[in-house]
Design a binder for this molecule. Structure first.
Ligand code: SF4
Ligand code: SF4
Length: 732
């Protein structure tokens, strides 16, 4: 066999145990290869430099705390592919195969380069690319290379044939024809197509060498050996096989080097960006929003321009793989509002690239003020209200379904709230919202009612609730605005008090000392008002003596539990369903007779996704003896009622149907649920309204868990009274 100067077939005891490197190559060809490799590496490095430079221009944000723990967690998550497989087994399995195939093939190339370019020039006797190592290396690469190809082909079929809604790039905020999605589609084809070609040419290349050399080690390359039969079957002669091998080698190597150079400038960058993004993500993204920094004080609050973004949120934009999971999870998108979290991220990414990255670096140009499709002049340098329209930002319910669904740790909710902060600062909000905020600032509630009337609902109770500011209590009940002021809810609020009293709970309230907890005020983007409300509440809480705060309102629960700590207020805060569970466990609450209803339970976003309280409501329902049929979208995958993030104070913008109606239809479709059970005052209002407007009265009744609890206790009490009367009558 003839070969170039670099020929290095390993012979041991007359048996081939390795393979030649640069087989059939001249030294000139080797020089060309190394030159191309150097160019490819330089372009890759330039791309990474431009990316880092872009992030460098973002605002400072500390994300390197607990770094070893962060890295260990993301290595585990990424190695298992857990975030990709979480909601889509098919995509998860295929991605797992592609990722591990790619990593193995990449490591295989690195091992070969180490042996050939580093070890052998130092001392040829140290080379390890031979013998048993070589055999196992071949088997592993052959196997994982096939896994890689199968995964890619299955993923291609999924992307291009299944017509999945998450992979449809149609926009919800613009008419078809007013935007161009071809660059995304072409990018997808180039990305996945180049990987498939890399895999295929790799196997064809290996097979041509096997067909020519017929090495004894071919048993360690089962797939390559099988493919080599094609050449033999086609009757290629040894010289033809040499030409085929050399041609394929150049095609494969050119593809590989082009792919390396293309990584930082394409979707392929997620190979690098996603690991970093998952490592540095905020586990409480959206749950505890960041305050506006005091030092150095920003020129304006929130994200007005792309330069206001933190470096981490700029990285978020690059991490997006366009998988569309957030798009289909979003209640705003699903019900016709002009918001898709995927499109929002992609629009911001395009803009960031225009302003801060490659194109800007090349042209250093100032982007013009341009006309939007409705004729209004918009300043494309302004992000909040310009690149991203105000109606898109106001459509968000901050339900966090997007953050939960995103496999790469993108933080949509904080990004949206930061842009809302900018809109609020500029006074760009609808009058109804403005009025609610004015009421909140004047009266401490959005109803615009005097704080002296906050506890009016207690008047018709058969007992007086303790004022926690005047006497110590074990549980301080933070009632919340809607439960206190909304007349549709006051009977339910009284039932909470009656259940607590019957269970012997030592509890009190703050009376007029309570204010709106500020959770939704903060998510609207009115950070100053949030802080004011929180400080007023903390002042009242400071006057009270209690062990635990219990609240009926999941929104208040979130602010009190996760955000007041930023202002110095750290409390143990639980939801009333968690307290009921404790009471059931301790025997303070007992239900002797099952209610026997068929119900479905809706997880409120701020109780479930935000605070992971999934089991307590279900445990209560079980204790009450009702049969729960779960809706398809339940627990962390629950569907928002549409009231969160301040949407309850805004005009309905959805053009198709309201999220609450969409949800009621899902419950109706179960066929057997009599009650739609909730654990949030806002949900009661939203869903009662939805049942009425969608014409489902008589088919579905909305109930808070406390209503069922109260009903069970009442039924029990009635039976006890009946039994007592019977006993007395018998004695008489
Ligand atoms: S938080 Fe909810 S409403 Fe807002 S973008 Fe995400 S999924 Fe959509
Ligand atoms: S933001 Fe996340 S979930 Fe949404 S398309 Fe991008 S990667 Fe997918």
């Amino acid at each position: 066999m003839t070969g170039a100067g670099s020929w290095s077939l390993v012979i041991a005891d007359g048996v081939q145990l390795g393979r030649p490197i640069f087989e059939f190559f001249t030294p000139v060809m080797e020089v060309i290869f190394y030159s191309l490799a150097a160019i490819s590496t330089l372009v890759f490095a330039l791309g990474i430099f431009l990316k880092v430079r872009k992030y460098w221009r973002g605002k400072h944000e500390m994300r390197f705390d607990h770094l070893p723990r962060r890295i260990a967690r993301s290595v585990r998550l990424v190695a298992q592919n857990a975030t990709v497989a979480k909601r889509d087994r098919y995509a998860g399995t295929m991605h797992f195969m592609i990722m591990w195939g790619f990593i193995t093939l990449f490591l295989g190339t690195v091992i070969l380069a180490l042996d050939y370019d580093l070890i052998r020039p130092i001392n040829p006797n140290w080379q390890f690319y031979r013998g048993d190592f070589y055999s196992i290396y071949k088997l592993v690469l052959d196997t994982l290379g096939s896994v890689f190809l199968v995964g890619l082909i299955a993923m291609m079929v999924r992307r291009f044939s299944f017509r999945l809604p998450q992979l449809n790039y149609k926009r919800v905020d613009r008419p078809v024809g007013s935007y161009d999605r071809r660059p995304y589609k072409v990018g997808d084809i180039i990305f996945i197509g180049s990987l498939v070609l890399l895999g295929l040419t790799g196997f064809l290349l290996e097979a041509s060498r096997i067909a020519h050399d017929q090495p004894i080690t071919m048993v360690w390359s089962p797939v390559g050996s099988l493919v080599s039969k094609l050449y033999l079957w086609a009757g290629l002669t040894p010289p033809q096989l040499v030409i085929t091998h050399t041609t394929l080698w150049w095609i494969h190597v050119t593809l590989a080097l082009t792919f390396v150079a293309y990584i930082p400038f394409s979707k392929a960058v997620h190979i690098l960006a996603d690991f970093v993004n998952i490592t540095l993500r905020d586990e409480k993204a959206g749950i505890a929003l960041p305050p506006i920094p005091e030092e150095p004080a920003p020129a304006h609050p929130g994200y007005r321009e792309i330069g206001d973004f933190t470096w981490k949120h700029l990285l978020d934009l690059d991490a997006c793989t366009k998988c569309g999971r957030c798009h289909v999870a979003c209640p705003a998108q699903a019900t016709g509002a002009p918001l898709s979290p995927r499109d929002l991220i992609l629009d911001l990414r395009d803009h960031a690239d225009e302003r801060l990255s490659f194109k800007a670096w090349l042209s250093q140009r100032t982007l013009p003020i341009a006309a939007s499709e409705d004729g209004a002049m918009i300043n494309h340098q302004v992000v909040a209200g310009g690149v991203i329209k105000p109606e898109t930002l106001w459509a968000c319910t901050t339900c966090r379904a997007c953050v939960e669904a995103c496999p790469v740790g993108i933080e949509h909710v904080p990004i949206i709230v930061e842009m809302r902060r900018s809109l609020v600062d500029a006074g760009e909000m609808e009058p109804k919202l403005q009025e609610a905020l004015t009421n909140l600032s004047k009266y401490g509630n959005s109803f615009g009612v005097s704080d002296r009337l906050r506890a009016k609902w207690t008047k018709s109770l058969p007992f007086t609730i303790k004022d926690a500011r005047k006497e110590p209590v074990e549980y301080l009940w933070f009632v919340g605005d809607h439960a206190s002021y909304d007349q549709r809810l006051q009977e339910i609020t009284r039932q909470v008090a009656l259940v607590f009293q019957r269970a012997g709970v030592d509890f009190g309230i703050l009376y007029e000392g309570e204010r709106n907890a500020g959770n939704d005020v903060r998510r609207v983007g009115e950070e100053g008002l949030f802080q004011l409300l929180a400080e007023q509440n903390m002042k009242s809480l400071g006057k009270a003596t209690f062990r635990t705060i219990v609240t009926t309102d999941p929104h208040s629960l979130n602010a009190l539990r996760n955000e007041y700590g930023q202002l110095g207020g750290s409390y143990e805060v639980i939801h009333y369903t968690e307290l009921l569970c404790r009471l059931i466990e301790s025997g303070q609450l007992r239900f002797d007779r099952p209610l026997g209803y068929h119900v479905t339970y809706h997880d409120p976003c701020y109780l479930g996704r935000y605070n992971r309280v999934f089991d307590a409501p279900r445990d209560i329902l079980k204790a009450l003896g009702v049969q729960v049929t779960e809706m398809g979208r339940c627990r962390e995958n629950s569907f928002c009622c549409g009231a969160g993030g301040g949407r309850i104070w805004m005009t309905e913008t959805n053009t198709q149907e309201r999220p609450s109606v969409n949800r009621i239809r899902e419950a109706i479709a179960l066929g057997n649920a009599k009650y739609f059970v909730v654990a949030c005052p806002k949900d009661v209002i939203m869903y009662q309204d939805a049942v009425k407007t969608a014409g489902y009265e008589g088919q579905m009744v909305v109930k808070d868990i406390i209503e069922l609890t109260y009903e069970a206790l009442e039924a029990q009490a009635a039976v006890s009274v009946g039994d007592a009367r019977t006993d007395t009558a018998t004695q008489v």
